[in-house]
Design a protein around this ligand. Structure first.
Ligand code: IDP
Ligand code: MG
Length: 148
């Protein structure tokens, strides 16, 4: 059993894709181990994207995740923990490449992602490795909010 963190990003929230994204993952046999609406702060997002620190695009990514480009002034992000065998790799495969223009057309990012005004809007975040997943789950969820 493995856990992974999913974030429904502002572009996918604006397009009302949450149900579709979740049903895609549920069809893989994964179960939902945590779920909530989060009003994301800049501090939380900068911790989440610690790996982007020092890149020229980190500020744009944080602005995007704060909902600035998708009419979401309440800074909402939908956060989920999914659980199942090999969950991290299977979710990433369903998601496709980071750049939506390079993602396979049948993946979630290939189908629903875009680049607008030079900013990547790639619909969904999913943890890249099991270690990254556990770090991210601890960042977004308290222990009592999520199944082990
Ligand atoms: P991932 O989301 O596929 O795991 P990461 O490399 O972890 O990709 O980057 C996190 C996020 O930062 C991406 O989803 C994307 O929104 C943004 N990002 C990554 N690389 C670039 C880039 O080269 N230009 C602009 N934005 C990027
Ligand atoms: Mg990543």
């Amino acid at each position: 059993m493995e856990r992974t963190l999913i974030l429904i990003k502002p572009d996918a929230i604006e397009k009302r894709l949450t149900g579709l994204v979740l049903s895609r993952f549920e069809a893989l046999g994964l179960e939902i181990a945590g779920a909530k609406v989060v009003r994301a702060t800049e501090e939380l997002l900068r911790q989440h994207y610690d790996n982007l620190k020092g890149t020229p695009f980190v500020d744009e990514v944080v602005k995007f995740m704060m909902g600035d480009y998708n009419n979401l002034p309440d800074h909402r992000i939908y956060a989920f923990v999914l659980r199942g065998d090999n969950a991290v790799a299977r979710v990433r495969a369903a998601l496709g490449a980071t750049n939506p223009e390079k993602a396979d057309p049948w993946t979630l990012r290939g189908q629903f992602g875009c680049i607008k005004n030079g900013v990547m809007q790639n619909a969904v975040h999913a943890s890249g490795t099991p270690q990254e997943a556990e770090r991210e789950i601890a960042l977004w969820f308290r222990a009592e909010e999520v199944l082990p």
